[in-house]
Design a protein around this ligand. Structure first.
Ligand code: NAD
Length: 487
């Protein structure tokens, strides 16, 4: 059966989700579909009073369900049931997300949603396996490190992968025994609301997972500054991460996981398998039209291999098939908004004015919606705006090197350190590079995550603090208490 659908005939769960119910309220923000630029409704903005209601609901649900204190396997089972229901409802969830976002419906069902269900099951399994510790002391004492949930976790997610990002935040927080109040992006909020509805239908006690819609200024600030939010888990831009730290610091301190922006390098040596390398590099720039935090948007290639690799990249980038996100056959995504499309255009123009040479692309695509051509820019140095700025679009810069030291120096970005890629057949070089590169993730002879959710993800430098995924994400949702008993 086809997954393609008519966007005008889809009904959306519009509202906040508090205490297990859809709640109306708040002035709205106009929403436009990236695929055709048409208005389709309004995103309500939760006032501080609505945020207060959501936090109260989370606290009450923690108490009445004893979620943090039940046999941990009960949490595992409830989260597994939620993952099962997400899979069973994948088609509806995918349509809700595809309507407002840049994610094509076919990729959502086969990719984002299937992987999110797996990741929720992965986190669910930690609940009864990670525990407290007895620690070595002398025989007159007994020392213990007791692990406990925080209470209510405040989560905030960006627009680029709404279902995936919600799963990364909610999965470990609930598995670890917390309640959650989550604010999705005001541009793509409704798939997260639907996920929360599914959680209640799957048997997760109502009120443990609440969703408040709105912008950063009103709703985000009310959430991060709320005294009963014990921990913050944020994914978004470095600018917003810094604003959140400032807002929290006004009233005190609280632990935060911040997953922020990136400008990741892909370093290619002449001994690499160039066909495979071209496939990985173009895939990472074209996927979601470059709107991914880890997109490898700076190609740093050994001079002798540059002409062949560039030809292969151009050939691949010419084959993209754009289309509306509601068509099952669409592979190439739109840009999220007119504003973002303009921003991409202005950074590309500035890079060309500074001496860059456009080898392919460099324009918005004709027709409805916000589409931008896959773009390659050569003749850039470290000060080019296209090398410095996180463009968040399908734009790849090309720089060349002759020595390994030069390659490492070019790979090092002054601001960001999220991910990095290396393509070579030289084993010693892979280890040297992995040790020296300043990035939270190093992919070697590939440029993508695998489905092994045990590898954590997170940034060096201004790309973030702490990790999502892996054991780290579960442990980041627990705090520890040291107990010493004199015998
Ligand atoms: P954004 O920072 O504009 O918004 C992200 C979220 O934060 C939204 O929900 C927004 O409403 C909210 N927000 C904004 N200002 C806030 C404030 N002052 N207080 C509280 N909440 C606030 O980012 P975006 O445009 O939605 O997403 C793109 C950015 O996200 C890029 O920089 C990208 O690299 C980053 N990102 C990082 C990762 C990662 O894992 N490191 C993953 C995806 C996206």
């Amino acid at each position: 059966m086809s997954l393609s659908f008519n966007p005008d005939a889809l009904s959306l769960p519009i509202g906040h989700f508090i205490g297990g119910k859809l709640v109306a309220g708040g002035e709205g923000i106009e929403m436009k579909r990236p695929s055709d630029g048409r208005s389709y409704g309004q995103c309500p903005v939760a006032s501080p009073e609505i945020v207060e209601r959501a936090v109260k609901s989370a606290k009450a649900a923690l108490k009445s369900s004893n979620w943090g204190g039940v046999r941990p396997r009960e949490r595992t089972k409830a989260l597994q049931a939620w993952a099962d229901l997400i899979e069973a409802e994948a088609e509806t969830l995918a349509k809700i997300e595809a309507l407002s976002s840049t994610r094509p419906v076919g990729q959502l069902v086969a990719g984002d949603i299937a992987v999110t269900a797996e990741q929720i099951r992965f986190f669910a399994e930690f609940a009864d396996k990670e525990g407290s510790d007895l620690v070595p002391t002398d025989d007159q004492n007994l020392g213990m490190i007791i692990s406990e949930p925080y209470g209510v976790v405040g989560a905030i997610t960006p627009w680029n992968f709404p279902v995936s990002m919600a799963g990364w935040k909610i999965g470990p927080a609930l598995a670890a025994g917390n309640a959650v109040v989550l604010k999705p992006s005001e541009m793509t909020p409704f798939s997260t609301v639907y996920m929360a509805e599914l959680a209640v239908r799957a048997g997760i006690p109502a009120g443990l997972l609440n969703v408040v819609l709105g912008d950063g200024q009103t709703t985000g600030n009310a959430l991060t500054g709320h005294p009963d939010i014990a921990k913050i888990s944020f994914t978004g831009s470095t600018r917003a991460g810094s604003a959140i730290m400032e807002n929290v610091a006004r009233t005190g301190v609280k632990p935060m996981t911040l997953e922020l922006g990136g400008k990741s390098p892909q370093v290619v040596f002449a001994d690499a398998d160039l066909e495979k390398t071209a496939c990985a590099i173009s895939g990472s720039v074209v996927f979601n039209a470059g709107q991914a935090c880890v997109a490898g948007t700076r190609l740093i290639v050994e001079k002798s291999a540059a002409p062949a690799l560039i030809d292969m990249l151009i050939a691949r980038m010419k084959t993209v098939r754009s289309g509306p996100t509601w068509n099952e056959t669409t592979h190439y995504s739109p840009i999220i908004s007119q504003r973002q499309l303009n921003r991409i255009g202005s950074i590309v123009d500035a890079a060309l004015q500074a001496g860059g040479e456009c080898l392919i692309g460099g324009q918005s695509m004709e027709g409805a919606g916000y589409f931008y051509e896959p773009t390659l820019i050569a003749n850039v140095d470290q000060s080019s705006p296209a090398v410095v700025e996180e463009i968040f679009g399908p734009v790849l810069t090309i720089q060349t090197f002759e020595t390994e030291e030069e390659a490492l120096a070019l790979a090092d970005h002054p601001t960001y350190g999220l991910a990095s890629g290396l393509f070579t057949r030289d084993l010693s070089r892979t280890i040297r590079f992995a040790r020296q590169i300043q990035a939270g993730t190093v992919w070697i002879n590939r440029y993508s995550r695998s489905r092994d959710h045990i590898l954590p993800t997170g940034g060096y430098k201004q790309s973030g603090i702490g990790k999502d995924l892996g054991r780290d994400a579960y442990l980041a949702n627990r705090k520890t208490k040291s107990v010493l008993i004199s015998l």
